[in-house]
Structure formats: C-alpha cells, structure tokens
Design a protein around this ligand. Structure first.
Ligand code: SAM
Length: 283
C-alpha cells in the first residue's frame, strides 16, 4: 500500500472526526478552530459540506455534535494540565487530532502522538502540503497500541519520571476489554504521580448507538461493526483500584456549559478524567 493512501478500516474513523471538526470550525460561534480538519476531509473525500436534516439521519447529526463537545472538553482538559505544569502530552490513537498545532501551549511542551502507520502517513502528507507548523514540539510515533508501544514512546524521549498528560479520545471502543486493560496498565506505569489522564468510554452496544429522539444513525453501521466493546466495566472504579483518582463527567452538562444542545443522551457513553496518585509504599 502506498504511504499516501487514505486510511481504511479503523483508521478511517479519524476522518469522520475531522469532518465534524471542519464543520464546527466554520461556525461564527465555534467552540474551537481546527484549521487543518477540512484539508484532511478534502484529501480523503472531497469537498467539506455541512449536511442538514433530510440529508443525514438525526443520529449522525447528534454524533457530530457529540464530537464537537468532546473535542472542546478535551482541549480544556489538556490546557489545564499544561497550565498545571505537565510538559509532556501523550495522545495515543491521535488520528487527525491537530492539538499540537492549534492549542496555545506553554513553551517547552512536547506532544507525542501515536497511531497506525497509514493514518500518520496520510496526516503528515496533508500537513506538509499546508506547511503546517506545530506550536508544541510534536513527535509522531507509529505503533500499534495493542503491542509494545511504551518502548517506542520512551525511545523517542518520553520521560516516565516527569509528569505527563494523556488523552485517549475515541479509541477504547475499538479494543477488546483485555486490550484496554493492558493499555491503561501501560499508561499507569509511565505516568508519574500528578500526571493526568482523560478518556472516552462506551460499551459499544447497538442500543447505545448515536441517536437523537430515539433514532439511531444507520450511516454509522460500518463504524459500529468495528466496535469491540472497550473496557467491560465502569472505568472510574477500575482506575480507582489502579492508582488513579478518577472522575466521571456528564457530557450533557458539558454541552450545556458550551451553549450546545443535549441531543445524544446515552448515559453509558462518558468522559473520564483522572489524576495519578503517588505510589503507596508499605513498610
Ligand atoms: N483520537 C483521535 C480524535 O479524537 O481525533 C482519533 C479518533 S479515531 C475515532 C480512532 C483512532 O484510533 C484512529 O486514528 C485509529 O487509527 C486509531 N487506532 C485504532 N486502533 C489502534 C491501534 N491498535 N493502535 C493505534 N491506533 C489505533
């Protein structure tokens, strides 16, 4: 396969997220401005156009709104972690996330992005065509997150002794529960006390598919076929038993706080943030 190919399979899901960010970035009241999202969509699928009711299902519109709220929520999370002194940001499954380019990072911050080879090759090509310059020092790393990615990260300069901020957005549902447990265990080993973690969690069941007023999004059926369920239990107590102080966030509250509608209401799909606690030593 050419390294310039458009990502397929789970990698293609990143283009769907970029589409929602591209449309949002055109709004006068946008919650963020992603200047490269439209370029990714155009390179993959042609012109970006907002599709309204009648063209797409209410569930797909609700999903796009969800992605927008989620993006802004995690922008705020990462900037708060950076303001609090974390100078290493790690984004496993970064996809077409352009936070290294578009957020106002403090000097000296390093942003590590990890994803599959075809996704990062596509991303590099589109960003290079636009002569994009990151605000943070950006380190893009090819790795499969089901394998030994910590060696790749530490080999690229990540220091586990220093605090870090981690964002796992839109990934876990594409992994089996045991794979999620292993991945989060690896993150725990790399996260010094005081480090931050944010993630999205959902069960991956059809009844929790994106929907608005009861109608699911049939357009998302191919994506949902890729869902493997994610962590089989509530991540908040799960993380709590593994050295994190974790908090569940109400997505509807976040939407309201940003002045956006609450139309994607499954209580099972949540945002979680956590802080790494100091190791307990027994003597
Ligand atoms: N976090 C990004 C965002 O919110 O814009 C991308 C989310 S996208 C829905 C899911 C991403 O997970 C894709 O970029 C895909 O390539 C990546 N991914 C899925 N499985 C992976 C794996 N085993 N190793 C590395 N990346 C993976």
């Amino acid at each position: 396969m050419s390294t310039h190919a458009i990502p397929e399979g789970v990698g293609r899901t990143a283009i769907g997220v970029a589409r929602a960010r591209a449309v949002e970035s055109r709004r006068p009241d946008r919650l963020f401005d992603d200047p490269y999202a439209a370029a990714f969509v155009t390179a993959a699928d042609g012109e970006v156009r907002e599709r309204g009711p009648g063209e797409v299902s209410p569930g797909l519109i609700a999903m796009a709104r969800h992605l927008v709220v989620r993006t802004r929520f995690f922008d705020d999370f990462l900037l708060a972690a950076a303001a609090d002194g974390c100078r290493q940001v790690v984004i496993p499954a970064a996809g077409l996330d352009t936070r290294a380019y578009r957020l106002n990072w403090p000097a000296g911050l390093v942003c590590y992005e990890i994803d599959l080879p075809e996704v990062l090759a596509f991303k590099e090509r589109v960003l290079a065509e636009r002569a994009a310059e990151p605000v943070a020092r950006r380190v893009a790393l090819v790795a499969d997150l089901r394998e030994d990615w910590p060696a790749v990260l530490t080999g690229a300069g990540f220091d586990p002794a220093e605090r870090s901020a981690w964002l796992i957005e839109g990934l876990l549902i594409y992994l089996e529960s045991a794979e999620v447990a292993r991945l989060l265990g690896q993150v725990g080993e790399l996260a010094a006390p005081g480090s931050r973690l944010a993630l999205t969690h959902g069960s991956g069941r059809w009844e929790e598919s994106p929907r608005d007023r009861g109608e699911p999004a049939p357009e998302l059926a191919p994506v949902m076929k890729l869902w493997k369920g994610g962590l089989a239990e509530d991540p908040v107590p799960w993380l709590g038993r593994r050295g994190w102080r974790a908090v569940r966030h109400d997505r509807a509250e976040a939407a309201v706080s940003y002045g956006r509608p609450v139309d994607y209401v499954s209580s099972q799909r949540i945002f979680v943030t956590a802080e790494r606690l100091p190791a307990v030593t027994s003597n």
